[in-house]
Design a binder for this molecule. Sequence first.
Ligand code: PDD
Length: 288
Amino acid sequence: MSLYNYVWTQNGITAKDSLVYPFEERGLQFGDGIYEVIRIYQGNYDLLEAHIDRLYRSAEAIRLKVPFNKETIIASLQELAEKNAVQTDAKVYLQITRGSAPREHTFPDVPSNLYAYIEESPRPVAQLKQGVRTILAEDIRWDLCYIKSLNLLPNILAKQTAKEKGAFEAILHRNDKVTEGSSSNVFIVKDNVLYTHPAAKNILHGCVRNRVLTLAAESALEVQETIFSTQQLLDADEVFITSTTSEVMPVIEVNGNRICNGEPGVITRRLQLAYEKVSEIQRTASTS
Ligand code: PDD
């Protein structure tokens, strides 16, 4: 997928090829930083404020100084989209690290490094329609997964295993209790009740997850933010995952077991449509 030419850094907007970091960089050497992935539909940001609020929460949790206030970050990201004349469906990747400094574990006294770039990102239209296959994987991450940290090794390994097994996502569990996906949140529907893991410290508090909970409440669907087991997942009437790039993605298989006869469920479809409506997605605009 192609990258747009201009990137935003703490020193302003510049051409992406002019951006060079030393190899003694905290993100590179320690994964000492945080990030956000934010959706752009037809050139317009979606859920921008929610993502920036989460960025500050992640920064505070790892004692990282964000070099700008919220208003400046939002204005700069808007400027970046304008400068790149983004018209398509895309996503912005925003990363902040603890800066460039000689390698030593303790915090250096240097400014943070920040960059944001925009990449074209068509909606996964076919998968949203048909649903996706998933596998189960042990959640071997640390306790503070609400921090959107650069340390993604367990997520990468789980997603790679999913890919090798022909699946779209790995659904993670700790001692048979489902936490979230390797890069998504997980929901099940059973007897017309929607269940998802509580927004505790061991999962990422997804922006799409929050929006789906609001939509569910608005449609008078009963919601329980409660922990459920892998067996409940397998026995669910419907399963779906949510994320910035996957939106409300129906799950039709877990570890080779079909969910909902291998079709996206009715409640999933309803939430998917409500989600599209609220994020003002122009469905015809992108292909996949
Ligand atoms: N991933 N859980 C994890 C572990 C994630 O990495 C993500 C997002 C989510 C969903 O969060 P949101 O609804 O705010 O996108 C849940 C992003 C897209 C990524 O890292 O690519």
